[in-house]
Design a binder for this molecule. Sequence first.
Ligand code: ADP
Length: 300
Amino acid sequence: MAENCTHDCATCGQDCAEREVPAGCTHDCSTCGENCPSRNGGSIRDLIEPAHEMSEVGKVIAVASGKGGVGKSMVTSLLAVAMSRLGYRVGILDSDVTGPSIPRAFGIKERAKSDAAGIYPAETANGVSVMSANMLLEEETAPIIWRGPMIAGIVKQFWTDVIWNDVDFLFVDMPPGTGDVPITVFQSIPVDGVVVVASPQELVGMVVEKALNMTNAMEVNIVGLVENMSYAVCPDCGKEIKIFGESHIERIGEEYGLPVLAKMPIDPQLAHLADVGAIELADTSYLDEAAKKIVEFCKD
Ligand code: ADP
């Protein structure tokens, strides 16, 4: 502890074990993302941005993962399809800006439209509203080579400048990991719950723990865990083959007190439908219960 400590960290520049507010705190919380007791008695979520004034969004569900390639976008797409089959109006905000796969899975080729009022999401064949960075590019296949702050800015605009007209559930396909962009998303968009997607391999390591720690620090609640690529079914004998090893999701769920929402197999039909832009034709039975659990979670 600093000599003559008054326990008023705001008037003292020294770093010590007692320090609760960041050194150099100006008490202007709008210019600082730190979550500290000086945050005007509030929380890190005070930085949440208002949605577009013409938007009507019920609940916001983020779909996150510790790393890329585990099927986060697949789970986002199928949850959206399952939820829309339950009769809800659904939107997908694709914030995985550098790896946007949502428009492709839904067969959306059009560019985003805008006018003086704002930007309009595209609508899929079955009425799911979608906004993605891909829809801003001249060429769908052009790589997005923007720096972090620019990406974070775009994602924020997908919330503040896009007119989300009357959606009950807005799914946010998160960028993978725990970096800058996911943090900005959690700080700017009022996420009601997070679905964490992982492969069996990841569940063994620290990746999921890191993602859970981030959501904890961001003060967002987790709906539950989805294990993707849990197993594959042999087309000849019907046996379940655990390609990535034994499942650990129950143990992780228990350890963190989180429900297991689903265990989804590797299903070539799903990959095919996503590739040809027809994910809305998919059998969503792996995630139907998860969709209902999200509805229940949002009632609390
Ligand atoms: P992420 O969003 O985590 O980067 P994607 O959802 O884009 O991952 O999935 C990566 C690839 O794996 C895609 O080609 C996708 O179609 C495929 N994929 C994801 N989950 C499954 C699954 N359960 N069965 C078959 N293919 C899958």
